[in-house]
Design a protein around this ligand. Structure first.
Ligand code: C2O
Length: 345
């Protein structure tokens, strides 16, 4: 059976990677009556929005985007659309705050299984719509951090302006530009030239997207079905570059490399959403690479569900089925070169 949505009424203390409780509640607010949660209806798409590469955006775009994030941060702290409450969604879904509806003993965990790509796609979808509504611009689209191409292999500069709402002081200061990202970063900086790092990165991308991911299970991760204990096994991209980039951005002086280096705090850093937009972009690209590279057709995957607040503060239920086509969700990605396609090791 499919993974049911969380039972919001039993959201409880989430736990840190060491098993101890998160020292604050990361349960987002929920309505008193949970009996009739509507299923989300995809709005008609009149024009597909383009998510731009973060290193290519204009000053005008940066101003809009910063204003939207700033407004989100200024919402009432108990407003489900408030920036911290949006970040809490990630904490609750990822650090065992939620249990599966109907399975009170089963913590919901959207990583380390086939839930990874679709959960984050929906999460960004609503986050992006909320930002658009806060600036009255329904064409607003999130940027993606294009670290799979040489031009994007540094922290995008729009996130590095102190005092900008896009800045987060809790990052690894040694990794600010011009430091080149290591897409396989563990905890130790590579002793290699920029050119070697770039070549390594492109080779890793080839491996994770092509060599090691010829079929859905290897790319998306292992199945998890309703009532099963989480952590079934992650797909290639979730491991590298996804987890590696989280660790690379996070501050190594913090216990769990907060903010980006650990689930409960990762989404407090605005760069999180650009990182995940690129991960989401990998899903769109992978499906074009041929062979058996297509979405699962397993009903348990397609019918698995999550809950989110839409931009009107309505709590809605969404299923994986409705998110597998990004253009139906109203967005696609700026067409940029994909150099790793030619990096067969
Ligand atoms: Cu839910 Cu990048 O993690």
């Amino acid at each position: 059976q499919p993974v049911p949505p969380p039972d919001l009424s039993t959201c409880s203390t989430a736990s840190l990677p060491d098993g101890l409780p998160v020292p604050f509640s990361c349960c987002p607010p929920f309505p008193k009556d949970l009996s009739n949660i509507p299923t989300y209806k995809l709005p008609n798409v009149s024009k597909v929005k383009i998510r731009p590469a973060a290193h290519n955006v204009t000053q005008e775009y940066i101003t809009k985007y910063s204003t939207a994030i700033q407004r989100m941060k200024e919402l009432d702290k108990d407003d489900p659309l408030n920036f911290m409450q949006q970040a809490n969604i990630h904490c609750a879904y990822c650090n065992t705050g939620y249990k599966e509806l109907g399975f009170p003993g089963v913590p919901l965990q959207v990583h380390f299984s086939w839930l990874f790509f679709p959960f984050h796609r929906w999460y960004l979808y609503f986050f992006e719509r909320i930002l658009g509504s806060l600036i009255g611009d329904d064409t607003f689209a999130l940027p993606f951090w294009n670290y799979d191409s040489q031009a994007g292999m540094q922290m995008p500069s729009l996130y590095n302006v102190v005092n900008s709402p896009l800045y987060d002081p809790s990052r690894n200061q040694n990794h600010f530009p011009p430091n080149v990202v290591d897409l396989g970063f563990t905890t130790i900086d590579l002793d290699a030239s920029d050119e070697q790092k770039i070549n390594n990165n492109l080779t890793m991308m080839y491996r994770q997207m092509l060599t090691n991911a010829p079929c859905p299970q290897l790319f998306f991760g292992n199945p998890i079905r309703g009532g099963e204990q989480p952590i079934r096994g992650m797909g290639t991209i979730e491991n590298i570059p996804h987890n590696a980039v989280h660790r690379w951005v996070g501050n190594p002086n913090n216990k769990f490399r907060e903010n980006m280096g650990t689930f409960y705090s990762a989404a407090r850093d605005p760069i999180f959403y650009a990182h995940h937009a690129n991960i989401d972009r990998m899903w769109t690209i992978w499906k074009t690479l041929g062979g058996k590279r297509r979405d699962f057709t397993d009903r348990d995957w397609l019918d698995s569900a999550f809950l989110f607040y839409d931009e009107n503060r309505t709590l809605v239920k969404v299923t994986i089925q409705d998110c597998i086509n990004n253009e139906k969700l109203g967005y696609k990605y700026e067409d940029v070169p994909i150099p790793w396609k030619n990096f067969r090791p």
